[in-house]
Design a protein around this ligand. Structure first.
Ligand SMILES: Cc1cc2nc3c(=O)[nH]c(=O)nc-3n(C[C@H](O)[C@H](O)[C@H](O)COP(=O)(O)OP(=O)(O)OC[C@H]3O[C@@H](n4cnc5c(N)ncnc54)[C@H](O)[C@@H]3O)c2cc1C
Length: 447
């Protein structure tokens, strides 16, 4: 059957084992299944041709960007083709006067920022991996600067999408505001490839901040660290980044990068200000709050080199942790709670690791009330899932969500009924409306 696909998309379909393997897994989900074939689309017409083939043969299609997702999003659940859009990677247009860029979905966030050099603008959403912008929209990704600039939902002004039936829709407009009817654009953001293929994005850009100041702050214990983060948020200071890395994370960084940081929990705080005076005022108030919360060491960084050196501990934390526990399996939780409840959830997560006798680490975007617990287990140890279930239960009781940014994929489907109640059935009806034959990434978000 794949031969017929090769015929209609010559030179664009691969069944090479290495390609199949790379498209049947993501960065974390333990189960892999290769797709039947990988289509390397280069334009809209390739996508429409591949979709026509899937309709004719009733073989599902899984959109694929950079494959950095963590919840089994791109893992086939049966015979399926992977539709790789990384070749659609052009910057279509930059409109500096409107703080806007139009891009293709396979372009990565770092490549966009490269292309913006010299414009005085940047695109802030920065998940830890160099993900594709289409994949980031499809998972509603966010990152370290979301506390200030918002995540993908706030950063995408308009989308072009192709539906399962091949129809092309333009959703949203390149404007800061619109009240024109239902917001279908936001429905596709976070839809994980289950409603349509994103083929073009209009993105909101921001002026590069003129004055930046970063603080790396160590505390004696995790509770103080989380409470200090909340104190900074509660003060109303316009923080641009507020990240936590626990003592295990710092220990992993010391091993991985050969550093000698105190192996204590740390906060990374950054301010982006328009004047030097504003910067001084903001960072000195933050220092006061952090000292009152019990900081044992505060390292400021002002130059770009100093900042890069400071942020390495946060940016390299995932890989450092994987390196600290070789041969193990990882489960990264992704809970988010109202920001005042974040210290409670951090404490609960740390207690649960101890109570269950599990190794792990806590790190993340605490300014958004969102953090990750990386649970380290022997392959197949069921306790990682039990940990996740207990943490999500506590999170929902605090008014939070099972996933702040990674999305549902396969692993978090079981939490949605409790989180959404009867609204989940309306989501299923929306899926049926857009994709009645269940051809787009089936088995993700819902069974
Ligand atoms: C070290 C590390 C750190 C990370 N840190 C963060 C973080 O801080 N914040 C965060 O949000 N995530 C983070 N992630 C997860 C991951 O980077 C994001 O989920 C990212 O948005 C996935 O983008 P991708 O291009 O890799 O998508 P893929 O993995 O290729 O796909 C993800 C989903 O989107 C769908 N999809 C892809 N492209 C399209 C398209 N054009 N149209 C429709 N659907 C599409 C796929 O079908 C799939 O369901 C991290 C991952 C790693 C490995």
């Amino acid at each position: 059957m794949v031969e017929s696909l090769k015929k209609i998309l010559p030179q664009k379909v691969s069944t090479a084992p290495t390609d199949l393997e790379a498209h049947g897994k993501d960065e974390s989900y333990p189960i892999h299944h290769p797709p039947m074939a990988v289509v390397y689309a280069e334009n809209l017409s390739d996508i429409q041709t591949a979709l026509a083939w899937t309709r004719k043969h009733h073989i599902p299609v899984i959109p694929f960007g950079a494959g950095t997702s963590l919840e089994g999003h791109v893992v086939p659940q049966g015979p399926a083709i992977s539709l790789d859009v990384s070749g659609l990677n052009r910057v279509v247009q930059i409109h500096p006067e409107d703080f806007m860029a139009v891009v293709e979905p396979g372009l990565t966030r770092k490549s966009l920022n490269e292309a913006l050099k010299g414009t005085g603008l940047f695109f802030p959403v920065d998940p830890g991996a160099d993900a594709s912008l289409g994949g980031m929209a499809a998972t509603n990704a966010s990152g370290t600067t979301t506390v200030r600039y918002g995540g993908m939902r706030q950063s995408v002004l308009a989308l072009q999408v192709v539906l399962a039936n091949g129809e092309v829709l333009e959703l949203g407009r390149g404007v800061r505001k619109t009240s024109a009817g239902y917001n279908l654009k936001d429905l596709f953001i976070g839809s994980e490839g289950t409603l349509g293929l994103i083929t073009r994005l209009t993105l909101k850009l921001h002026p590069l901040p003129e004055h930046i100041h970063t603080l790396r702050v160590f505390f004696d214990n995790l509770t103080q660290t989380a409470q200090a983060a909340y104190a900074v948020m509660a003060s109303g200071l316009p923080v641009a980044r507020l990240e936590l890395v626990d003592g295990v994370g710092i220990q992993a960084i010391n091993h991985y990068l050969g550093r000698s940081y105190p192996e204590k929990p740390a906060l990374f705080v950054e301010f982006h200000s328009s004047t030097h005076q504003a910067l001084e005022a903001e960072s000195s108030l933050a220092i006061e709050l952090i000292q009152a919360a019990g900081a044992i060491r505060i390292d400021p960084a002002r130059t770009q080199e100093e900042r890069t050196a400071q942020w390495e501990a946060r940016h390299q934390a995932y890989w450092a942790l994987v390196n600290l526990f070789p041969g193990k399996e990882y489960l990264s939780t992704d809970t988010a709670v109202p920001v005042s409840k974040m210290p409670d959830l951090v404490q609960y997560s740390s207690y649960l690791l101890r109570e269950m006798g599990l190794k792990g680490n806590i790190l993340g975007h605490v300014g958004d009330g969102n953090f990750h617990t990386l649970v380290v287990c022997e392959p197949g140890d069921p306790r990682a899932e039990v940990f996740s279930e207990r943490l999500v239960e506590h999170t929902l009781a605090l008014g939070g969500t099972c996933t702040g940014e990674h999305g549902v994929g396969l692993r978090k489907k079981k939490y949605l009924a409790k989180e959404h109640g009867p609204a989940l059935d309306w989501m299923r009806q929306i899926k049926r409306l857009f994709d009645p034959e269940n051809l787009l990434n089936p088995g993700k978000i819902f069974d």
